[in-house]
Design a protein around this ligand. Sequence first.
Ligand code: GAP
Length: 433
Amino acid sequence: MSDKLEKIVSLCKRRGFIFPGSEIYGGLRGTWDYGPLGAELKHNLKQSWWDSVVKSNENIFGIQAAILMNPKVWQSSGHTETFNDPLIECKVCHERVRSDQNEEKKHHEEWHKKRNENIDWTEPKKFNLLVEAKLGVVESEKSSVYLRGEITQGVHVNFKNIIDSMHPKIPFGIAQIGKAFRNEITPGNFTYRSREFEQMELQWYIKPDQQEWKRWFGYWKELRMKWYLSLGMDKDRIHFRKQDSEELAHYAREAWDIEYETPFGWRECEGIHDRSDWDLSRHSKFSGQDLSYFDPETKERFIPWVIETSGGVDRALLFFLLDAYCEEEDRVVLKLHPKLAPYKAAVFPLLKNKPELVSKAKEIYDSLRKEFSVVWDDRGNIGKRYYSQDEIGTPVCITVDFQTLEDGTVTIRDRDSMEQKRIIISDINGLLN
Ligand code: GAP
């Protein structure tokens, strides 16, 4: 693991962002638990996505579909047949890796080489990534279901419900955030490749027309990139990459990845996919239901094409952490965008043994808590408290001191510039908004 990633992993554990899943039992590979700060950060990230995709665009409907679905869904969508990764096995120690992941292969080969062992790999085999579960109350009659391998299908199977209940005019979108599960062969690089993770997706339905496609594919590509930049991601560390034809998923005609430059190379954060009419046509055929759209203006009936934006919540969160992490002369600071930061402000009494300072600071803290996520800190001296808040990305520290009691002002200390200024208490809300 790279040095910077190791530091992030350690900070996340130490400060309550992310813990290894089921840690007291030795963990479960590819699963992670978000602690109090991680949960806040994740919530802020998802809220920002929802605001940018669902709230800021007309004609987009947010839903929450079930994770467990009728298994026929996954046959129709092509996942039982083609949602595969190529798996190879080391003939010496039987370790299994993905044959298309050269780093993993090289790492394994070097490990054997150090022990003077020459290794050979088996031929690649198709390995299906869907995670199976058993459902039912009678042991012998339990049926196999899949934990959803992408959140997408929950949207497409509700296409007709949205048409019938919301009567949208094309083009329109259905958006969702939720968990997906994949039996990844080699989970790794912290949360980057997990077996349980969250996705945030938009399925944008358009007329089956090349001009419409061109317009909307470009629109969504640009809007999604803007979202990462608006949250402060370094523009030199994020780019688009068009997928080669052999990389394309079974449902995609064209795909562009938004990639971030991590310490382990450029890695995918989100995909903008042309899914054509693949999903609706297949579900129409397999379910026997009419999933076409009737355009009241042109009196045409057709199966819409779909443009998908599919981002990983956990990956975006990890990439924002990597991007925000700075080591300065005498401090570590997470320069997270204030919209993402777990706490918007920390409130301190200058001295914790002065009841008049503590009660004034508590009053400010309690009032801010009604509107913002804020934290109380009275441990150690002010310098240590600043250091501690910098490390978790709190943009503003508010100190109540003796002058506060005289003139109703507090000291505001800015995380990034470290500058301090005095403002009156009634101006704090405006500063945090
Ligand atoms: N519905 C399309 C779809 O699922 P994908 O490229 O397989 O497309 C979309 O996944 C996003 O989900 C990826 O860009 C990534 O951010 C996230 N993702 C996929 N597999 C993941 C994994 N094993 N761990 C964490 N995030 C993952």
